[in-house]
Ligand binder design. Sequence first.
Ligand SMILES: [Zn+2]
Length: 208
Amino acid sequence: MKQLAENTYWLTDSVGAHCYWLDDGDRVAIIDPGMKGGLNKVARELRAAGRSPYEVTDILLTHYDIDHTGAAAEWQRRTGARTWLGSEDAAILTGAVPPPSTFLRQFTGAITHVELPGNLQLIEGDTELWSGLSALHTPGHTPGHHSFRHGSVLFVGDTGTADATGLKPMRTFIMSDPMQGLADLARLGAQGAEWVCCGHSDPVRYKS
Ligand SMILES: [Zn+2]
């Protein structure tokens, strides 16, 4: 567990995507819990830091891919937390809407199954999930992908990767809509966040 900003931590033991922890008063959020195989590792990591998985009140999912969401249903069962997911991605998980028609998504959709978590709260467009926590609809990676902003910290999921020089696009073949992805990146870059936390590159601090 590594502290980033005052209320934000990186849970480094997750499996799959990067996982983050946010203390926000009476809300305690975990962002992208990762794959099921990392659930107990993250729980141990939290306990070693004097925290408990049972503190979690909200599970924020940037999008429906299994490397971000595989552990979400079990986290939710154990904690009773609210689970937040873009409505377009929830519709893909329920089978109401087919996955985006890229080869990769049709293929992985056929061999992987993500369990839809309980206590599901659908995110529609740009919205405030609670006071101080904003969801930004960034649909380039998946139709229901959201980034989240809390104060000076931006969680961008799979909209891009970050290094010292800024945000970079993901590989085109994993984006549902690569042109939209570039527009999402420009929008996120314009947020001027101090911390940028990505799904697949280490968090980067841009100014103090
Ligand atoms: Zn991912």
